[in-house]
Design a binder for this molecule. Structure first.
Ligand code: SAM
Length: 276
């Protein structure tokens, strides 16, 4: 069956009009209208026939269609109650498509995706960080996470220690994956156009490079960055006992006068294990 392409301005306008829809700003609805961007996301995700793919935020099925055409088996989550009826029509005839209605942050992803899978998504920008942290910290069998995010978030995900934008998100992403910005996407590639440039980030998930108690590690990292302007000793002492913080810093060979943004992954790993 030949399917009309969704990824262009006229098809998208036609679908929105037909179903009397308006993009809902509060749900981060910026629909892709650029077939080349869809193609490049599918390419960045290295989709092969039979790959299990989780898409977060199917919208009207634009990226979903690209993934399905490449042979993926797509499970897509969508929270907007008006969209299932649209997807039923735009993706009619594709056999390997499963829609899960609901909020991605409330769905048990481990249960939904029990086998190895890839993520490909044009994320709703208002909850990008929560979604990324859920995907990375829940130890799901995800092997590759390819997401469209705001350029500024992409830069934070891939920032190096010592840079002003290196923070808890950078550590969470880089602790569990090799992350890189694949390409930028201009506002004109979406309907409606967002105000900022977007980027597609590829995270190749791997085992963390250091063995740590992950829950405690996450707590230490978040506490350390909670007050960026404070020294490490002071920000950690807001949650942990000051005496223990000072001796853990000394035993890890880390100067407590440093700020969290200067610590490497190895230093955070060591500090969290000693503090524990
Ligand atoms: N994939 C489509 C595309 O590329 O054109 C739509 C992308 S749009 C940026 C984000 C989508 O995420 C919207 O369809 C929106 O309704 C959906 N969404 C927003 N919040 C969500 C949530 N909490 N759970 C699941 N989907 C959500």
């Amino acid at each position: 069956m030949l399917h009309p392409l969704i990824a262009n301005p006229s098809a998208t306008r036609h679908i929105l009009k037909k179903f009397k829809l308006r993009a809902v700003k509060g749900l981060g609805q910026n629909f892709l209208i650029d077939a080349e961007v869809v193609r490049r996301i599918v390419e960045a995700a290295e989709i092969c026939a039979g790959d299990e793919v989780l898409e977060i935020g199917a919208g009207i099925g634009t990226l979903t269609q690209g993934l399905l055409e490449a042979g993926a088996k797509v499970t897509a989550i969508e929270v907007d109650k008006k969209l299932p009826a649209v997807l039923k029509e735009t993706l009619a005839g594709y056999e390997n498509f499963k829609l899960v209605e609901g909020d991605v942050l409330k769905i048990n992803l481990a249960e939904l995706m029990p086998r190895r899978f890839k993520v490909a998504a044009n994320l709703p920008y208002y909850i990008t960080t929560q979604i990324l942290l859920t995907l990375l910290e829940k130890n799901l069998p995800a092997t590759k996470i390819v997401t469209m995010v705001q350029r500024e978030v992409a830069e934070r995900m891939t920032a190096s220690p010592g840079s002003k934008i290196y923070g808890a998100l950078s550590v969470a992403v880089q602790f569990r994956s090799e992350a890189r910005i694949a390409f930028d996407v201009p506002p004109e590639s979406f309907l409606p156009s967002p105000e900022v440039t977007s980027s597609v980030v590829v995270c190749d998930v791997r085992k963390p490079p250091f063995e740590v108690d992950e829950e405690f590690f996450t707590k230490v990292v978040r506490t350390a960055f909670a007050q960026r302007r404070k020294t490490l000793a002071n920000s950690l002492a807001a949650t942990f006992e000051r005496g223990k913080v000072l001796s853990a810093l000394e035993n890890s060979g880390i100067d407590g006068a440093r700020r969290a943004e200067t610590l490497s992954l190895a230093e955070f790993a060591k500090l969290s294990e000693v503090l524990k």
